[in-house]
Design a protein. Structure first.
Length: 240
């Protein structure tokens, strides 16, 4: 009987469990980040100073993306429970979009970080301090911070990419299971052929064990097939 191979991740874990776990983490983490983002947007109106338009737009996009992620993650969780391909596929699509936005925003942040002049970064770190040791500490700290930032971004993107593949693999598995069920349903609707009636005449003539008359083509014209002739397998008492 045909079956659909269960896809796994991390060597042995089924992708269905991965979708279930990822959707829960996305609901919790995305919900936390989206709440903080919307609260920050609401508090910007009460600030005494103005926020740069680019920063405000980025915050709005950030809030909307994570809110959509939470909503679709809920459907992804339901889809993993009830094995709904459309819900799981939509979850994978949103994860892909979220990864793309994360890469774009991360690259923008890293470019802004590396475009900052080292001396300006040191001055922001030192503030009003004039100690040489603090200056050296700020210089080293700025370089370390750049390395940590790049590492965090890259690791985050790799995790998000792997999460996308897990959800996409499960969507493919559900599609194969759906196709298999449809094929089995079609096969079950096909009626088996009706049995062919087999008579004793099939043993005569072409393909049978008894010869067919070459002149007339009729099977029962041989002398041994005449009425009253005792056949080898008949008993005398069977003759009328």
């Amino acid at each position: 009987m045909p079956y659909v191979r269960t896809r796994t991740f991390c060597c042995c874990l089924p992708v269905r469990f991965g979708v279930f776990l990822l959707s829960i983490l996305a609901i919790i983490g995305g919900g936390f980040i989206s709440v903080i983002s919307w609260v920050a947007i609401s508090k910007i109106k009460n600030l005494d100073y103005s926020v740069a338009t680019s920063d405000l737009v980025a915050l709005w996009i950030h809030s909307i993306i994570y809110t959509i992620l939470v909503i679709v993650s809920i459907f992804g969780l339901i889809g993993a429970i009830i094995k709904n391909r459309n819900m799981v596929s939509n979850f994978a699509t949103v994860l892909g979009i979220h990864l793309f936005v994360s890469v774009v925003s991360g690259i923008y942040s890293m470019v802004a970080l590396f475009r900052l002049k080292p001396q300006d970064a040191v001055n922001q770190c030192m503030g009003d301090a004039n100690d040489t040791s603090i200056s050296e500490l700020c210089k080293n700290g700025a370089a370390i911070m750049k390395g940590i930032t790049v590492t965090i971004y890259v690791l985050t993107w790799l995790v998000q990419l792997y999460a996308y593949f897990i959800v996409d693999w499960y969507a493919e598995q559900l599609e194969e299971e759906m196709s298999l069920k449809q094929t089995e349903a079609v096969i079950n609707t096909i009626s088996p052929p009706a049995p062919v009636a087999v008579t004793t005449y099939n043993s005569y003539g072409v393909g049978g064990t008894q010869p067919r008359n070459a002149t007339t083509g009729y099977t029962f014209t041989e002398p041994q097939q005449s009425y009253g002739v005792l056949r080898r397998n008949d008993q005398p008492g069977n003759m009328a």
